[in-house]
Design a protein around this ligand. Structure first.
Ligand code: FDA
Length: 398
């Protein structure tokens, strides 16, 4: 069958649904298509099931992109306060967990239901289980500039919005289809790379992290110029936890991490002070007090100094121990990849798009929003806020 609508949106995820609701609110006829059997699967998985839907402290500096200025316009026109207002209007209870991260009190499904209800109220139709077979520009379509074909229908429309996200977690229906469409229309795409992802370690450090698996510590982790102070988790295969996920977006294969395992103190000075105040304290006990019993045992195992008292340690030994704790150098062999990554870095080159409208500069009526664009946020609600803001910007112009 040949259908005609104003706007076809590919992808019923965070950005696609929000764009659909807002475009429909402006009086556009909107059809959202998704190949999955359920809308918003990543929303349901997000924030440990509670959806970290935005952050109090949205700043362009919390986003990675080849053009760090691109995200500014959309983020300033649809802000975290706008989204909080919508969440409040739907009576969804939420709380700040830490560092401005806002989560649902109940379940992430509250956010998904809100988006679906907004679509429904404004008259946007969402069709699931729909395989897109092609998207073509129409030469003589009149008002219709594109034809989106599915296995059932040919849908003619004035605007097509690509909101297919990135390829992380393929078991949730994630694909790189949005990149294929961008390339089909001649737009440059930066190859996607897994971001916000745990590291795998295979060198001589492996047995240490394996033994410590399950231990979490507050650390400061640095890669190049970038650093994060959050918790780190040792795992069977390497390192994870918020600090590691954050730094993973800045890591490139072959580079090293510098991890400060005692970021809130100067260990050399602390040891000297304790030597004075508690000379009979064993080094191992001192380290266990600063970290955990298990960490102290594993970290110091094989070291002669472990069983010495602080009185028995000389200044040089203290300095060596302190510097190892303050600058643990780790060279990951890789990341866990798209199987567990929260996002994909890279995507459609922002130079190809208008930062005001998200529309392709070379193909009027073709829009890209959300994660498919080369804009990736830090952990903490930044990626959803980009989905909402870019979707809202496009909805104004589709
Ligand atoms: P999204 O992935 O949401 O939607 C894309 C849609 O397109 C999907 O419905 C998919 O089925 C569909 N699609 C893909 N290919 C298609 C094709 N070929 N044909 C038709 N449809 C197709 N962010 C955050 O800010 N706070 C958080 O708490 C979390 N937590 C989190 C946990 C986990 C486990 C993951 C994997 C990710 C997060 N994120 C997050 C990141 C966040 O989920 C992500 O940035 C947004 O969902 C991106 O929104 P999009 O709408 O761009 O893509």
């Amino acid at each position: 069958m040949v259908l005609q609508v104003d706007v076809v949106i590919i992808g019923a995820g965070a950005a696609g649904l929000f764009c659909a609701a807002n475009a429909a609110k402006k009086g556009r006829s909107v059809l959202v298509l998704d190949h999955a059997n359920k809308a918003g699967k990543k929303i349901l998985m997000s924030g440990g099931g509670r959806c970290n839907f935005t952050n109090y402290y949205i700043e362009p500096s919390r986003y990675l992109s080849r053009n760090p200025h691109f995200c500014k316009s959309a983020l300033s026109r649809y802000t975290q306060w706008d989204f909080i207002g919508l969440v409040d209007a739907h009576g969804i209870p939420w709380h700040e967990k830490k560092d401005g991260q806002l989560f649902c009190n109940n379940k992430a499904v509250d956010i998904l239901n809100m988006l679906l209800q907004e679509c429904d109220t404004n008259g946007a139709e969402v069709r699931l289980n729909t395989k897109i077979t092609s998207i073509e520009a129409l030469e003589n379509g009149g008002k219709a500039r594109y034809q989106v074909s599915t296995e059932e229908d040919d849908i003619r429309c004035e605007s097509v919005v690509i909101a297919t996200g990135g390829p992380s977690i393929p078991t949730l229906g994630a694909t790189g289809y949005g990149y294929d469409i961008a390339k089909q229309f001649g737009l440059k795409v930066y190859p996607p790379v897994a971001g916000l992802v745990p590291f795998v370690i295979t060198d001589q450090t492996k047995s240490l992290v394996e033994t410590l698996s399950g231990t979490a510590l507050p650390v400061q982790v640095q890669c190049g110029e970038q650093s994060f102070s959050e918790d780190m988790l040792f795992t069977h295969r390497g390192l994870s936890g918020p600090a590691i996920l954050q730094i993973s977006s800045y890591w490139s294969p072959g580079s090293k991490l510098h991890i400060d395992l005692l970021p809130t103190m100067r260990a050399g000075e602390a040891l000297r002070q304790q030597q004075h105040e508690r000379p009979k304290l064993k080094l191992r006990t001192w380290l266990a007090e600063q970290t955990t019993q298990k960490f102290a045992e594993v970290w110091l195992s094989g070291l002669r100094e472990a069983e010495l008292t602080l009185a028995e340690l000389d200044g040089q030994a203290m300095d060596v121990i302190a510097s190892r704790l303050h600058d643990w150098e780790v060279k990951p062999s890789g990341t866990e990849g798209y199987r567990t990554a929260e996002v994909a870095l890279g995507g459609v080159d922002t130079d190809e798009l208008s930062s005001k409208t998200m529309e392709s500069k070379s193909h009027p009526g073709l829009f890209f929003i959300g994660e498919v664009v080369d804009v990736t946020g830090h952990l903490g609600g930044f990626n959803f806020q980009w989905a909402w803001a870019s979707a809202w910007a496009a909805a104004e112009y589709v």
